[in-house]
Design a binder for this molecule. Sequence first.
Ligand code: HPA
Ligand code: ZN
Length: 334
Amino acid sequence: PEMHQFLHELPKCEHHVHLEGTLGPELLFPLAARNNIQLPDHFPKTVDDLQYKYDNFKDLQDFLDLYYVGMSVLITEDDFFELAWAYFRKAHADGLHHAETFFDPQGHIERGISMETVVKGFRKACDKAEAELGITTKLIMCLLRHLPSQDGLDTIALAKPYYEQGLIHGLGLDSSEKPFPPELFKECYEHMAKHHPEVLLTAHAGEEGGPEYIHNSLDLLKVTRIDHGVNSIKDPQLIKRLADSQTMLSLCPMSNLKLRVVQDIAELPIREWIEAGVPFSINSDDPAYFGGYILDNYLAVQSKFGLDVSTWKLIAQNGVKGSYIPQSRKDELL
Ligand code: HPA
Ligand code: ZN
């Protein structure tokens, strides 16, 4: 209980949460009804049946199949606003101070929803979170790696005004990892680096893919952060590289457990990373699907690792240092 209080009060930053992954049954079914969305026949009909699916994912793809259907209930700017605002409120109650949130515009555009609807709705929630909750926020647009690189370039072109106005701050890469290695998206990342050099570049790597997915994300996409990165531990050279360059990994413990990246959270290479000096943060990924928001993820790590107060302070500090915020904001949080 003392540790619970301590972890609650620790200044936490989140770097790996998909806003569409905060859509739980309690909002999904009402939105489907409100927007007259006919969910597919195979989709669970009740909150309990849906929850059962959430508790029994086989792997990443099994989750993604449900995730893309789930997001199909999001139609209006207000839907996107409501979704993100509910997330910020929950995270604020968990003691979150800074959030860098992913979204997947291609999952909406292919259903006929405009980039404008998505970005405006999410942005409105970000602005409200900054004004009313004191949370600083960044939006990171992710490209879906199961779609062609050209689709990614088209999406970047659609988002250009929002990057220019400083309403989107990063580029990420998500969805099915293993059949779609980072090198496929080299052109997309090069375009961003050339035309929007201030934008944060990150990519999911080493969740199901091996260490070479991480090396190639660093070498070819020139990312400065790695999302997940669990499989970095299989390559000692890579561990040294991450430590030397102080490249932060955004670890998602409950996600890794639910998607069977590990069989037990205790298997995560947390002690090895700490010992080697690899910075990492602790994140919720898709909290509505994996059963816990940011504090639950901190508590899950604590229950398996029993870290001491100074180690937790180091983890929190690394999260602040690795955040995409000005030094003045870092000083406030440290
Ligand atoms: N991995 C890949 N794609 C995703 C994830 C993830 O953890 N969450 C949402 N899209
Ligand atoms: Zn993710």
